[in-house]
Design a protein around this ligand. Sequence first.
Ligand code: SAH
Length: 239
Amino acid sequence: MDNDSLVELVKTSAFYLGHKQSDLRVIAAMRKVDRREFIPEDAITEVAEIDQELKPIGVLKVKSRDLVYNNAVVNIGYRQTCSQPSIVALMNDILDLRRGMKILEIGSGCGYHAAITSHLIGEKGKLITIEYVPELAKLAEANLRKHFGDGFEKRLKVVHGDGSVGFPEEAPFDRIYLTCGVKHSFKSQILIEQLNPGRGILLYPERYGDLIKMTYDKGEITEQRFSGVFFVPLKGENS
Ligand code: SAH
């Protein structure tokens, strides 16, 4: 197994295809980002041990790095995860990312999703990614610096902080997306106010439930939902 075989799995996954998404630029960007490079060496993921009849008989502790080319969530430490590649693909499809866009990502984690997004918006695009856990902000920055080399400074900024209230100092953004799940108390309006008023998109998941796309166009908001997602929780002031 290698990263190309992972991308093939994503391309053909029922979840991805079920939403009838088909932007091949997303798949091409995923080929450029080797997921293994983003997962800390010492991170451990627990997987169910099953018997021959598929009955769970215990829990196995496996190095996350040994699981990276599966289309599944893996742990990255600090009780956080690197998103499932097919959900990264689906989100980036829905976001309709174009070269040169300015984007805000809330929840950098290990930087895997951010790297794919940055490839999609190209060298002239700018991605600001905020992470709540200081150690993960450091991990994301180190991973992204390594991946993009000299290009890092120009195209990316990793911020340690609470992204639940957005990042007004750099607004407006063409796109804002969350990689952590919200509760009912979350106020999307706070982030909508930081969108580009000419067709900005906010995309965020519920903790268990729907992925919600809000398109903001000349003062009008339209909402679209994609069902069947689960995410680690959004923390912070507006969670
Ligand atoms: N995109 C990431 C997925 C990380 S999981 C990747 O590819 O690895 C979601 C992340 O959101 C976690 O790292 C968690 O710490 C972070 N998070 C939760 N609440 C947050 C908040 N209020 N502001 C910024 N990051 C937050």
